[in-house]
Design a protein around this ligand. Structure first.
Ligand code: C2E
Ligand code: MG
Ligand code: MG
Length: 585
């Protein structure tokens, strides 16, 4: 197939400018004998085949033919002499046509003066040669029949290609064709300044739903038409998805600022004037060794990013984005394996009363040790587990493990210790969460008063009505609730006042801050003050120094957790730690 514009030219049957131009079949005669040219045109003058007249192109050598085919569009049939400047000149040209020029639709009729030069069967097959004739066979009638058959084949192949490679709605190449054309550009190495872009019409499915598919289709056509008009021909433009267009070309033309500016003028669709915006993802990382398939993935990653954070604008792909995503995919696969091969475990970090120094409880924290012994921090894999839904199963397992540990501690005579378990948003919102919580209580028969759930401030403040109801149900089970990482979210005081909670947990960052002088006072002291007003216990996490503990105590903070007292430790280490501590109290 030829370049995109060629085929567009072919598709342009009904030119918008009015009078449809008459379509012709273009035939090329390649022969070193001028007589053959004359005889052929003479035999076919004035005939119409499949409703169209014929137009002839003439080449007198294989080289001349090659050059012509590079520039001329829509040549349907080549009548080709086998023996010209060399014995195999014709066959060599066929190879060039199919392999180098990639003219796969073009039909080839071989002609030879001497029967001895017939091509091998394989050649006929491999190079898709339509017919082989000796020149003596090419009488007027026979020639007519042969050319008609070839043109019919050409038309069929074109139609099939059109279906496979064209989008009929917008009259543009489709995704397959976009990839092919882009690959050709990439392989040529002649466009170092190219970018590939995906342009996505914002909220298209809403428009479709609201105004109907017909109107949606017309809008897409209007967008496609505007892009066609505004973009010069040296850009690959295609419709690559229902409401997305692909572009590849010089960065001067495929310029997101200019392209998005095209959306400032409303699109006139029937009698409506529709205002739509678009978002773009682009990649510059192109080169001879890049495949269009990979480039489009990168552009898509950038597009997704743009959709999230910059609707109506664009994001340029950077290699970090790709490696970040690949890294995340890898991590997720590993996490799945880790869950299966039980490489996750729970550690416990003590919590103490700042006044008396007595242990009041511990927080259960999940750990993941890789096969190579390295640890993946929960801050990295919990968000992934959330995104993939795995956090529901993982969280349930942590909850049960922690409850079982509590049973063991109670058997040691430590009946009052509290176990805090982190619960992520996805887990908390899961419809079966309360059921599972209740089942864990029933199965382990722990005292619900000894169990506490930690939910982060941002989760607590999201969807107030839902949280209010759910937290009440948790409290009805007898379980207490702490707001984790307090101070990092944006709590509304009135909302906080309503929530059935027991404890505020000052985020580590505000404890670290205590070692410095901070203008306007410490956030920790404000949180403690708030807790006092709302009659909530306040616990500070991440206490590493005695001085921090003293300051917190002076401010009125009740409880603390941090390396100063104990690092997160295994269940066995925790039991030893507790035994030592109790013995010395
Ligand atoms: P978090 O709930 O705020 O947990 C406190 C984090 O601070 C823990 O990090 C803990 O090891 C760390 N930490 C405690 N004391 C100190 C200290 O004195 N100095 C320093 N530098 N760090 C201290 P970790 O275990 O890496 O956990 C990070 C976060 O991961 C947790 O923050 C929590 O949001 C999440 N997470 C951990 N386990 C679970 C779990 O089982 N389920 C869910 N949903 N999230 C979990
Ligand atoms: Mg926590
Ligand atoms: Mg925290």
């Amino acid at each position: 197939m030829q370049t995109d514009t060629d085929t567009l030219h072919f598709l342009d049957d009904d030119q918008p400018s009015g009078a449809a131009k008459e379509l012709v079949w273009r035939l090329m005669v390649v022969d070193d004998e001028p007589d053959v040219h004359r005889a052929t045109t003479f035999a076919l003058t004035g005939v119409k085949i499949l409703g169209r007249p014929l137009e002839f192109l003439h080449a007198y050598s294989a080289l001349e033919a090659e050059n012509l085919l590079k520039t001329e569009r829509d040549v349907a049939v080549v009548l080709l002499d086998v023996v010209m400047e060399r014995e195999d000149a014709g066959l060599a040209l066929i190879k060039t046509i199919r392999q180098d020029l990639k003219l796969t639709e073009l039909r080839i009729i071989l002609r030879t003066g001497q029967p001895g030069y017939a091509p091998e069967i394989e050649t006929i097959h491999d190079f898709d040669i339509n017919d082989y004739k000796t020149k003596s066979e090419l009488t007027r009638t026979k020639l007519y029949a042969t050319v008609t058959a070839a043109l019919r084949a050409f038309e069929q192949i074109r139609k099939l290609d059109e279906l496979a490679f064209y989008d009929r709605l917008c009259n543009l190449p489709n995704r397959n064709r976009f990839l092919d054309l882009s690959d050709e550009r990439l392989a040529s190495g002649r466009h170092p300044d190219d970018v590939m872009a995906i342009l996505d019409v914002d909220d298209f499915s809403e428009i479709n739903d609201a105004l109907g598919h017909q109107q949606g289709d017309r809008l897409l056509q209007a967008v496609a038409d505007r892009l066609k008009v505004e973009i010069n021909s040296d850009v690959v433009l295609a419709r690559i998805g229902s409401d997305t267009f692909g572009l590849m070309g010089s960065s001067r033309v495929v310029d997101p600022v200019a392209l998005l500016a095209l959306f400032r003028t409303p699109f006139v669709v029937q009698d409506d004037s529709m205002v739509v915006t678009a978002t773009m993802g682009l990649t510059k990382l192109l080169g001879r060794d890049v495949l269009a398939r990979d480039a489009i993935k990168d552009a898509n990653i950038a597009l997704k990013q743009a959709k999230k954070t910059r609707r109506g604008s664009f994001v340029m792909f950077s290699s970090e984005m790709g490696s970040e995503i690949r890294e995340r995919v890898r991590l997720l696969q590993n996490l799945r394996q880790a869950v299966e091969s039980e490489r996750l475990f729970v550690v416990y970090q003590p919590q103490v009363n700042l006044h008396t120094g007595a242990v009041v409880g511990m927080e259960a924290l999940i750990r993941w040790r890789n096969e190579d012994g390295s640890f993946v921090p929960p801050d990295r894999f919990i968000p992934l587990a959330e995104a993939s839904g795995m956090v529901v199963a993982i969280g349930d397992w942590v909850l049960r493990t922690a409850c079982h540990e509590l049973v063991r501690l109670q058997a040691m005579g430590l009946a009052d210790l509290r176990m805090s378990v982190n619960v992520s948003q996805i887990q908390f919102r899961h419809p079966e969460f309360l059921e599972k919580l209740n089942a864990a209580l029933l199965d382990t028969r722990i005292n619900p008063k000894c169990l506490e759930l930690e939910i982060t401030e941002s989760v607590a403040m999201d969807d107030p009505q839902f949280m209010l109801e759910s937290l009440h149900m948790v409290r009805e089970l007898g379980i207490s609730i702490a707001i984790d990482d307090f101070g990092t979210g944006y709590s509304s005081l009135s909302h906080l006042r309503q929530l059935p909670i027991d404890r505020l947990k000052i985020d580590r960052a505000f404890v670290t801050e205590l070692s410095r002088d901070v203008s306007g006072g410490h956030i920790a002291s404000m949180v403690i003050e708030l807790g006092r007003n709302l009659k909530l216990t306040v616990i500070a996490e991440g206490i590493e120094e005695e001085a921090q503990a003293q300051k917190l105590l002076a401010m009125g903070c009740h409880e603390g957790q941090g390396y100063l007292y104990g690092k997160p430790m295994s269940a066995i280490a925790l039991r030893e730690w507790l035994a030592d501590r109790l013995a010395s109290q």
